[in-house]
Design a protein around this ligand. Structure first.
Ligand code: C2E
Ligand code: CA
Ligand code: CA
Length: 401
């Protein structure tokens, strides 16, 4: 063994693996290697909560790629977006082509990929990759990520949650087609907390329904206020599956829209792709009902799950939202571009509107436009902003046309 066990003593590692036995094996190998701070997550969501609750910052995530629930790729995206962990080791039994595109995706998102372990894992394979670990320059302050469910609950009571809105524009006409509402939380002492941290925790602690209701309320109210000012647009709201899994959701949303005099067609409901939920029956019923009433239904983060095709046939989607990791990667990585092209072809064949998220650079805009993508969203167009700022942004956007 090249490293003495004590070399790893100060490292904090989380093992993310759905298979109980394999997770225990990994933990025991890490213990053999001298680690004392080891966390375990039985899937991506569970791991995000454990990381958020950890007193010590987590240095490395040892992550199985093939997991149910929030799959490995989604988990990686959350790690990167929330800047929760700097380095990852992938563990997989999958083919190397796929692994290399996940490695690309992770590093494009700013994570350090220490390497991939092909199953079966051994202490030596882990040690070789852990030896490559270098602490990040700017370490995340534990206070920034350690948020409790109780704090979310208090935050909801004290009205600390609000929405920012990010414009989406048509590639051909450059016209505004709507805005996406994104949840924001200004904590009284910890400042702004990323949704990549509080959404998974809220889902785990049954608070997501209250956050979602708040988001629906503020987003629709904003749409109505804009309309009263003579500014017409549409809004997209993120619905988590745990929310859609409750009975009566379709009626709640319909009633809220009707109360404000808003037609369903100006409202898009974005649903994340990986449909692993305890109550698929209610999810499908709610979505079918919402679609029947004329709401648009968007499949969010397309490309990050493993069973996309199957879900497309089950749910009456009207829009396909391509995950930003494929947009960012497409101009430089052939693998990513293949996924991007095939997603766009699929969406054309199914008659869905395609939206690319995370468009940051002119070359990404140009590529997506040339591939026939319908709608763009990303920093290249505009960052998420307060509701009051949107009409003003729109004036300057159309003024420059
Ligand atoms: P998402 O639904 O995929 O939202 C897009 C995320 O990408 C947003 O991050 C947005 O600020 C960010 N983004 C937009 N354009 C760019 C760009 O050009 N470059 C980069 N690097 N990022 C860009 P945000 O607001 O931090 O949200 C993160 C995730 O949290 C969302 O991803 C969504 O999954 C979840 N989320 C946010 N609000 C809600 C909500 O109200 N309900 C639920 N259930 N989930 C939410
Ligand atoms: Ca979304
Ligand atoms: Ca996304």
């Amino acid at each position: 063994m090249t490293n003495s066990p004590s070399a790893f003593e100060s490292l904090c590692v989380i093992v993310v693996e759905d298979h109980d036995f394999q997770r225990k094996v990994a933990v025991s190998y890490l213990t053999q290697l001298g680690l004392v701070n080891i966390l375990e997550g039985f899937d991506g969501r569970d791991a995000l909560v454990k990381i958020a609750d950890s007193i010590q910052p987590v240095d490395v995530a040892l992550c199985d790629l093939d997991m149910p629930g929030m799959d490995g790729m989604q988990f990686i995206r959350h790690l990167a977006e929330g800047r929760l962990v700097g380095s990852i080791i992938l563990v997989s039994g999958l083919e190397s082509q796929l692994i290399s595109s996940v490695e690309n995706m992770a590093s494009l998102q700013g994570l350090t990929v220490l390497g991939t372990i092909e199953k079966p894992i051994t202490p030596q394979k882990i040690a070789n990759l852990l030896a490559k670990f270098k602490p990040a320059v700017a370490r995340i302050e534990p206070a920034e990520v350690s948020i409790s469910a109780l704090e979310i609950e208090n935050g909801l009571q004290n009205g600390e949650f609000f929405a920012h809105f990010q414009p989406k524009v048509d590639f051909k006409t450059l016209k505004l087609v709507g805005v996406e509402a994104l949840a924001r939380w200004r904590h009284p002492t910890k400042g702004s907390v990323s949704p990549a941290i509080f959404i998974p925790l809220a889902e785990k602690s049954n608070l997501i329904n209250r956050i979602t209701r708040r988001m629906i309320e503020v987003s629709l109210k904003q749409l109505k206020d804009w309309r009263d000012q003579g500014f017409e647009t549409g809004v997209a709201i993120n619905l988590s599956l745990s929310y859609l899994g409750s009975a009566g959701i379709a009626d709640q949303i319909t009633d809220e829209a009707a109360r404000l005099g808003l037609e369903p067609k100006v409202i898009t409901l974005e649903v994340t792709e990986s449909l692993v939920t305890s109550d698929l029956g209610h999810v499908l019923e709610n979505l079918a009902r919402l679609r029947m009433r004329g709401f648009d239904i968007s499949i969010d983060d397309y490309g990050t799950g493993f069973s996309s095709m199957q879900q497309l046939s089950r749910i009456p989607f009207t829009e396909l939202k391509i995950d930003q990791s494929f947009v960012t990667g497409a101009t430089s990585r052939p693998n990513m571009r293949v996924i991007l092209e095939s997603s766009l072809q699929l969406s054309q064949k199914l008659g869905l509107r395609s939206v690319a998220e995370g468009v940051e650079k002119e070359e990404e805009w140009a590529l997506l436009k040339s591939l026939g993508c319908d709608v763009a969203q990303g920093y290249f167009i505009a960052r998420p902003m307060a509701g009051d700022a949107v009409p003003e942004w729109h004036r300057s956007w159309t003024g420059g046309m």
